[in-house]
Design a protein around this ligand. Structure first.
Ligand code: NAD
Length: 490
């Protein structure tokens, strides 16, 4: 039944309309109102395929993308993951080249391979609910999304980290906004644009993965502060991990490493040498899990050094090592009267062995992947996370000393450590002492990420915050749904 007030208003409107017509004048019509912008998968609205000028714009778009992803359900997540994995494989050659041209660090063959293996990152199959059924009813624990995640990516593997993060985060039902490393942001924006074009076309969702076009420390701050961002995932060195932890938001931090390797006298020397060269030379030692320094028992030292040469690495003498060290590090005076310390010269990070050899004053055969030399345990190449295809080899008197020196070199990052040994007691002693997230025995570092060892891949290994090798479950909230009653069917 209509109210008298509404009836009165209706009658007045009709009278006004009729009077207007009688007077030959048009009844005043309201100005046309533009239809609200509907965020659809058409790709023709403001967001330029996921690439935005500011963090706030990107977060707003990602929040809308998250809602669209919810509506598309698990099938939508599966379709997006399939697109990202297939595009990484199909474009590996071109995108690998583009990333290398922008960053100028690493090796083309490995830049390509790091994109081809994105297919090994797990997807929605990891999001399985946990069910309970008993005398008091049934309960379901489900792994649900956070919403929008803010993600920071490194210069060392920009597109692979971004693509791997998208797979993991979207498998869990989230949207993501990236603040890439400024030195690797163009290739990251290119990949986001291409992913979004395909996702818009094939799934009908826009901006589920967004990026800030010109990332800065300010845009990092804005991203972290945006209310849509419920979780941070940071992949990078000590400074960004510390910055993320100060934001007050939950942060999954994939921090720095300086992986030590211990070789004892029970190991197969050729196998140890070939694994160390394979892992340490990968992408010119840019991997956070890559072998960075080696401790070898005194009684097997010369056998190991010969094995390194047999397997293709080139040994430097003391004068050559000194020349390389002077070029690769600057000694900075300590602040406030503190100790001076070596700082890695960025011009040498991720450069080919031939570039390092030239700085050492020698030329090396084409295709040489790694240089090596005997050093002390306090040498800058041992202490600093150097990211160069040069391996410092330190002589130790026994396994205990090797473990203690490994512990010092690892800096308590709790990232990765490696042993080559056939003695289980040595393995256990090192595992207990170093307490690292990855502990590889008798393999190259990649074995820790399913590359030659059992397991799955991710380019973000959460070390200080403890989540380990990130996977879809890492990016979920556990929610419990309870129905109370006797619902047993048995
Ligand atoms: P980086 O720390 O220089 O940069 C990483 C990211 O953090 C970039 O996006 C950068 O712009 C940003 N950033 C740096 N300092 C910041 C600050 N104070 N505030 C806000 N943002 C800041 O690292 P990189 O050279 O690109 O990558 C190499 C480092 O990342 C190494 O230490 C390596 O071990 C680590 N890493 C770790 C993992 C892992 O899974 N644990 C993976 C890759 C790289």
């Amino acid at each position: 039944m209509s109210s008298p007030a509404i009836n009165e208003a209706l009658i007045r409107d009709v009278i006004e309309e009729v009077m207007g017509r009688l007077n030959g004048a048009k009844a005043s019509a309201p100005a046309p109102v533009a239809a609200p912008a509907v965020k659809t998968g058409c790709g023709c609205h403001d967001g330029k395929h996921g690439v935005f000028a500011t963090a706030d714009e990107a977060c707003e778009a990602a929040a809308a993308g998250f809602q669209q992803l919810r509506e598309k359900g698990i099938a939508g997540r599966v379709a997006i993951i399939d697109i990202v994995k297939k595009m990484c494989e199909a474009n590996a050659q071109e995108w690998g080249r583009i990333e290398l041209e922008e960053t100028k660090i690493g090796r083309l063959d490995h830049k390509i391979e790091k994109l081809q293996i994105i297919k090994l990152v797990p997807g929605v199959e990891w999001i399985k609910p946990y069910g309970l059924s008993g005398d008091h009813g049934i309960t379901l624990e489900e792994y649900t999304p956070f919403g929008v995640i803010g993600a920071i990516t490194p210069s060392t593997h920009s597109i692979p980290t971004l693509a791997g993060n998208i797979v993991n985060m979207i498998a869990a039902g989230n949207a993501v906004v990236f603040n890439a490393h400024p030195a690797a942001s163009k290739c990251a924006a290119m990949a986001i644009r291409e992913f979004n074009k395909a996702i818009e076309r094939e799934v009908g969702i826009s901006n589920v993965a967004c990026i800030i076009e010109n990332p800065t420390l300010e845009s990092f701050g804005e991203l972290c502060a945006n209310d849509h961002v419920r979780l941070l995932c940071v992949t990078g060195g000590p400074a960004v991990v510390a910055a993320a932890m100060k934001t007050g938001k939950r942060a999954i931090c994939a921090g720095p490493g300086n992986p030590p390797v211990l070789v004892d006298d029970t190991a197969c020397m050729d196998r140890a040498a070939s694994c160390i060269i394979q892992g340490g030379a990968y992408d010119n030692n840019l991997l956070c899990i890559g072998e960075k320094e080696v401790f070898v028992l005194d009684n097997t030292f010369s056998r190991f050094m010969s094995a390194m040469e047999r397997n293709g690495a080139v040994q430097l003498n003391n004068a050559q090592l000194d020349a390389l060290t002077k070029a690769a590090f600057t000694i900075k005076p300590g602040q406030g009267g503190g100790c001076s310390h070596p700082v890695v010269n960025k011009d040498f990070i991720g450069k080919d062995a031939a570039v390092l050899a030239a700085a050492a004053g020698i030329s090396i055969p084409d295709g040489t992947q790694m240089l090596f030399a005997e050093t002390g345990s306090d040498h800058p190449f041992v202490i600093e996370e150097q990211m160069m295809p040069f391996m410092p080899i330190v002589r130790v008197r026994g396994v205990e000393e090797g473990i203690q020196e490994s512990l010092k070199a690892e800096h308590n990052y709790k990232h990765t450590s490696i042993i080559h040994s056939h003695d289980v007691n040595h393995m256990s002693a090192m595992a207990r002492a170093l307490d690292t997230t990855l502990f590889v025995k008798n393999g190259p570092c990649g074995a820790g990420l399913g590359l030659g060892g059992e397991g799955y891949l991710s380019f973000s290994i959460a070390t200080p915050t403890g989540e380990g090798v990130t996977n879809p479950k890492t990016f979920t909230r556990v929610r419990r749904c309870i129905m109370v009653d006797n619902l047993k069917i048995y």
